[in-house]
Design a protein around this ligand. Structure first.
Ligand SMILES: Nc1nc2c(ncn2[C@@H]2O[C@H](COP(=O)(O)OP(=O)(O)O)[C@@H](O)[C@H]2O)c(=O)[nH]1
Ligand SMILES: [Mg+2]
Length: 366
């Protein structure tokens, strides 16, 4: 098998992006509750990009708006009007919308999970909320969120009893609360809400939900490790019979695909120029077309015992080891940046710089 000496990065990047975005998908979450219970505050505390502040969204029914943002693989369906006297009309309105979505043969159109918000301070479940939870649970898993949590006093148990169709009832404080005499109640249970929701999000959309949320960086890491394992196995497969270093370019698309997958899982708003910047940061003389040898030789710097690509062959174990080292360096860089940035995505330049640093630390450490 003859493999070209030069390798078109732009094509490989395009393919990798298309696949990564397809595999990630887009998740739809309906959030309902009386006006003022803290829906917008909750959305902004949990998801990237200040979603609930950035715009009014697009009306999809009289009481429901779809809020989404470029680069965040999530739609929030913000439902209001539960406090109105004719709430049954609101519930009926929402039912026609979700049932129509549920009938769509494209599962991307379905509403995948609902959060129904009830404020703790009122200590009361309204008939509107009962009717809504009952209706929604015919179509999707419903998590009841008790907002502005301060003192439970048995309210959660009561809610569970009144709303038996809810998958779960969780007490959450989305905003820090400042009491008299300098007492501060910090945000509470945001990560727990994310983890509960993760359990009920359809399998194929867990990556989208992971990417969109910003409070559990570990979820992003865990799923990225899986991507690295798969990529390492593919690289090993290509080098199952050792290939000459001059042909080792064959594993580069796997590395690029892996970077795209990890980027998508962390929730970087990736595009071609972003990925090209990242790949280019690792190899001298970045451009549209790079010498395959340069990329492979850069990658090989990771691998103990392999100093140069002059002569020799790439064995399966080496291919797997360098893929793993490369992927793990990228994950470490992204973890650091996302933690520093309170879960919001860093810029391409920041990513490129941190990746390079983590990468050279590994190369030196070996
Ligand atoms: N103390 C406290 N206030 C909150 C919390 N969440 C929201 N709020 C406040 O409640 C008010 C209404 O919140 P908002 O998110 O606009 O409610 P929405 O109408 O349901 O979207 C705002 O003043 C928020 O700052 C919370 O967890 N604790
Ligand atoms: Mg609001």
């Amino acid at each position: 098998m003859a493999i070209a000496e030069s390798f078109n990065i732009a094509d490989s990047v395009k393919n990798a992006l298309r696949n990564a975005l397809k595999e990630r998908g887009h998740v739809n979450i309906l959030i309902a509750g009386r006006s003022g219970v803290g829906k917008s505050t909750l959305v902004n505390a949990i998801f990237q990009g200040n979603l609930a502040t950035t715009g009014q969204g697009r009306p999809v029914t009289q009481n429901t708006r779809e809020i989404k943002k470029e680069g965040v693989p999530l739609s929030i369906f913000d439902t209001r009007g539960l406090e109105m006297a004719d709430f049954s009309k609101t519930v009926g309105d929402v039912r026609s919308f979700v049932s129509e979505r549920a009938r769509n043969t494209d599962p991307k159109q379905h509403i995948h999970v609902a959060w129904v918000c009830i404020a703790e301070d009122l200590r009361r479940v309204e008939p509107a909320e009962e009717e809504l939870v009952k209706m929604l649970s015919e179509y999707m898993p419903v998590i009841v969120v008790i907002t502005k949590a301060r003192t439970d006093g048995g309210f959660r148990a009561e809610v569970q009893q009144i709303l038996p169709n809810a998958k779960n009832v969780i007490r959450v404080r989305a905003a820090q609360e400042e009491l008299d005499e300098g007492f501060v109640l910090p945000p509470m249970n945001l990560r727990e809400l994310v983890d509960l929701t993760m359990q009920v999000v359809p399998e194929g959309l867990k990556r989208a939900f992971t990417a969109a949320q910003k409070v559990d960086i570990n979820l992003k890491k865990t799923q990225s490790h899986t991507i690295v394992l798969t990529a390492a196995a593919s690289a090993a497969g290509i080098a199952a019979a050792p290939i000459p270093f001059s042909d080792a370019i064959a594993i580069v698309p796997i590395q690029i695909g892996m970077l795209a997958g990890i980027s998508a899982t962390f929730g970087l708003s990736i595009d071609e120029s972003f990925l090209t910047t990242i790949v280019g940061s690792l190899v001298a003389g970045a451009g549209g077309t790079l010498a395959g040898r340069a990329i492979v030789s850069s990658l090989l710097k990771f691998v103990p015992g392999v100093g140069s690509i002059a002569g020799g062959a790439l064995a399966a174990t080496t291919a797997a080891a360098l893929t793993t080292a490369f992927g793990e360096a990228y994950i470490a860089a992204l973890e650091m940046l996302f933690v520093d940035n309170n879960g919001e995505p860093p810029t391409p330049e920041e990513v490129a710089e941190a990746f390079k640093k983590k990468y050279s630390q590994r190369a030196i450490a070996k």
